[in-house]
Write a protein that binds this ligand. Structure first.
Ligand SMILES: NC(=O)c1ccc[n+]([C@@H]2O[C@H](COP(=O)([O-])OP(=O)(O)OC[C@H]3O[C@@H](n4cnc5c(N)ncnc54)[C@H](O)[C@@H]3O)[C@@H](O)[C@H]2O)c1
Length: 347
């Protein structure tokens, strides 16, 4: 992971990178209105010489900024600023900015170099690493995108001081996932911490490393990269279902509960009962319970991709043979999935 630089309080890696590798480049910083307020002043204050003359572009925060319409507007804005292929784009923000900025950098004048300076916990441990960039097509997430690595990822955990607690909590779901698919040691460490506040540079770098190592083996998701989807078949369904409820769930919360259901299913491929119990207890301890009705279950199965009229239809999962030993392309009858949902949500 030689492209990832973790800095706790010093800013020298980014300064060194810019003054050596990007010495003659015109720089553009892409941020959203929140990272412009909370993170940009800090970045500029720490790097006054290097960043003087840099163009700043700020977009509205939130998922709606991941759109082709905004990419077109940004293209025109960059063109007005006379940004050419010799420029460098710095994506300063959460996953929305690293996805949007990475995509913009992939297509603007057929491609300009970019680096990520992630400011949310999710972007630090997940979105900024792995080279997937993209925008949404209407309600369809990430349907337009590229595989394109940034030239560097510069992580400053101090940015997390201003990140809302719910955003941190959501990222915790993905941190737990990285531990579960990587090793018992990583899992035990997190399980023993048990507190969101205790997540610091050590845990961030470990989690990034898990993702980077998986991506290194399978950049374009032909096989093993699929293990990063543990918890996501059920998690995505719960997330979509919750949109119509009084409390829409954050992605990481939905994934955390998705992991409990998929851990329950994992007993069929050998996950020991005591490991399932640990996973379930950890999620119950960290995340608010989800209240489902029996009538919601068929909707969840449909959202997972199965037609509820066809009860024998199979659904694809990543399962755990053991903590740290995931297997992908596991197909399970929707009836069995229904039964695991009932057990976990006590219906
Ligand atoms: N490319 C990938 O591999 C990958 C992986 C996971 C997620 N994603 C994408 O990432 C996005 C979610 O990322 P996210 O959770 O970071 O969301 P986000 O970028 O919307 O950030 C969450 C909120 O926190 C604010 N924020 C960010 N940093 C802040 C800071 N330091 N202080 C104060 N406020 C701050 C943002 O303005 C935003 O309002 C989704 O679009 C998802 O699809 C991509």
């Amino acid at each position: 992971m030689d492209f990832v630089f973790l800095e706790d309080s010093e800013w020298k890696s980014l300064g060194e990178f810019i003054s050596t590798k990007w010495r003659n480049k015109k720089l553009v910083i892409l941020c959203d209105e929140n990272t412009e307020t909370y993170c940009l002043p800090r970045l500029l204050a720490e790097n006054p010489d290097m960043l003087s003359g840099t163009e700043i572009i700020s977009v509205p925060p939130g998922e709606s900024s991941k759109s082709l319409a905004l990419v077109e507007q940004l293209t025109l804005a960059l063109n007005d600023l006379r940004i050419d292929r010799n420029a460098g784009l710095i994506c300063l923000g959460g996953g929305v900015i690293t996805d949007l900025g990475g995509f913009l950098a992939s297509v603007y004048k057929r491609g300009i170099p970019f680096i990520n300076v992630p400011t949310s916990l999710l972007a630090m441990i997940d979105a900024s690493v792995g080279g997937k960039t993209g925008v949404n097509a209407g309600i369809l997430k990430n349907q337009i995108g590229t595989f394109n690595h940034p030239e560097g990822v510069f992580v400053y955990p101090a940015f997390l001081e201003t990140l809302p607690i719910l955003e941190k909590k959501s990222a915790y779901g993905e941190i737990l996932k990285h531990a579960l698919i990587s090793s018992v040691e990583n899992w035990n460490h997190l399980k023993d911490i048990g507190e969101l506040d205790e997540i610091g540079p050590k845990e961030i770098i470990t989690s990034m490393q898990v993702k980077a190592e998986v991506v290194q083996q399978d950049f374009k998701e032909g096989g093993v990269r699929k293990i990063l989807n543990f918890g996501h078949t059920v998690g995505h369904a719960i997330e979509s279902w919750s949109i119509a409820t009084s409390r829409p769930l954050l992605h990481g919360e939905a994934v955390a509960w998705g992991m409990v259901v998929e851990a329950e299913l994992s007993k069929s491929v050998g996950l020991p009962l005591e490991q399932f119990v640990e996973i379930e207890a950890t999620v119950r301890n960290l995340f608010e319970p989800i209240v489902l009705k029996t009538s919601d279950l068929n909707d969840l199965i449909s959202l997972m991709g199965a037609d509820k009229k066809n009860t024998n239809e199979q659904l694809g999962f990543v399962l755990l043979k053991n903590i740290g030993n995931p297997v992908f392309d596991q197909f399970i009858d929707s009836e069995k999935v229904l039964s695991s949902l009932k057990k976990v949500f006590e219906l």
